[in-house]
Design a protein around this ligand. Structure first.
Ligand SMILES: Cc1ncc(COP(=O)(O)O)c(C=O)c1O
Length: 379
């Protein structure tokens, strides 16, 4: 945890907008995951925050990685360049999953030489993989309930349970090996029942596949969705882990390998944004602050991630409801229409916590404003 006083000192030293990543928090979140879900191999979902320094820290911790594009694959690959070709190959097979169910053929061609594990969820993808990446191992992405998740994924990804085994058998017929099933319950899932239902659906697909003669599946990838502690209503990972561990032990034999792809849980609480007030106006009686970071930049999660990040002031004093706008000329650049802040002046700093995931990752250069400067602490 970085104290407000330290954040302020960093902003004074490095300027704003500033994006601070605390590597102690990255390590602690990873270790917590390992502690509470000991049967689970942790593949960090690089998309949440692809900063190479985060990937490096997690690599040193022994983490595995979920990548969804060739550039993400190469960020991870950078860390294993020093290994012999043989060891590199083993490492990739054991520790990378390419978990984007739809892959461009050019990407498949580049991936093929690495013999990776990839996900798929339809017939067309089987045809593409067979032709362009026949060396890949497969995991079928299953559609599962995303009820109540902050970011729902099930309308875009996943084969229906009723067609799952047909697809597995088609892949088998195409000479590919389906190693197991993957799913995603939706990002920031606070409804733990989503995991229970997904694991039960997966167990049914395993059983049907066996009944129909397919016995090569040996892994389950329980995806991401593990909630970050955005507010006090979010239950701790320990409680979710109890539910998941119970279902896994009840439904699957010990020799089935369990993977997870947490992104948000690892990165969110490690990130802080510090910006400063660059303008102030009163509109219809409400104070409006203009800051030098916004939804085209570190606060991009407000749009893309359906996330809210409370704005905090370093200054103390009586507060009033106000609006906080980003620096661009676009009216969409609204960080918040209702924040409680003390009376701020130009150049006063403000900050947000829990902003490490899906934030800087989708920052743009819109309107000529570059993404925030990144500072790494406790590396
Ligand atoms: C396939 C896949 N795996 C993992 C993740 C990471 O999910 P989360 O950040 O909710 O842990 C995502 C996020 O969209 C995803 O699409």
């Amino acid at each position: 945890m970085i104290t407000p006083a330290k954040l302020k000192r960093l902003a004074e030293r490095h300027g704003t907008p500033l994006f601070v990543i605390d590597h102690d928090a990255i390590r602690e979140n990873y270790r917590q995951f390992r502690r509470y879900l000991p049967r689970v191999q942790v593949y960090y979902a690089v998309k949440a925050n692809p900063d190479p320094a985060i990937v490096r820290t997690l690599y040193k911790e022994g983490a595995s990685f979920d990548v969804a594009s060739m550039p993400e694959f190469m960020i991870v690959h950078e860390n294993i360049r020093h290994l012999s070709a043989r060891r590199r190959q083993d490492w990739i097979w054991d520790k990378i999953i390419y978990a984007n169910p739809t892959k461009p053929t050019e990407t498949l061609e580049k991936l093929n030489r690495y013999k990776p594990l990839v996900t798929f969820d339809n017939l067309e993808e089987i045809r593409k993989i067979r032709r362009h990446a026949p060396n890949a191992g497969l995991a079928l992405r299953l559609r599962v309930p995303n009820t109540g998740a902050m970011v729902e994924l099930s309308s875009k990804f996943g084969a229906a349970a009723g067609e799952a085994v047909d697809l597995i058998l088609e892949a088998d017929k195409a000479g590919l090996v389906v190693e197991g099933i993957s799913f995603h319950v939706g990002s920031q899932t606070t409804n733990f029942q989503n995991y229970v239902q997904a694991l039960n659906l997966t167990a049914n697909v395993f059983k049907e596949a066996r009944d129909r003669g397919y016995t090569k599946m040996n892994l389950i990838d329980i995806g991401g969705g593990f909630p970050a502690p955005y507010d006090a209503t979010v239950k701790p990972l320990k409680e979710l882990a109890k539910v998941i561990n119970g279902e896994i032990d009840r439904l699957f034999p010990k020799d089935i390998q369990i993977l997870a792809e947490p992104g948000r849980f690892i990165a969110a609480s490690a990130g802080y944004a510090v910006s400063k007030v660059i303008g102030k106006a009163v509109r219809d009686g409400k104070t409006c602050y203009y800051i030098n970071d916004g939804v085209y930049h570190t606060y991009s999660g407000v749009i893309f991630d359906h996330c809210k990040y409370p704005i905090h002031a370093f200054k103390k004093g009586p507060t009033e409801i106000c609006s906080v706008f980003g620096p661009t000329c676009d009216a969409l650049d609204v960080v918040s229409m209702a924040e409680n802040l003390p009376n701020l002046e130009r150049d006063d700093f403000v900050y947000s916590t829990n902003i490490g995931a899906y934030s800087h990752a989708s920052a743009t250069y819109f309107n000529g404003f570059p993404p925030a400067t990144v500072v790494h602490v406790n590396v």
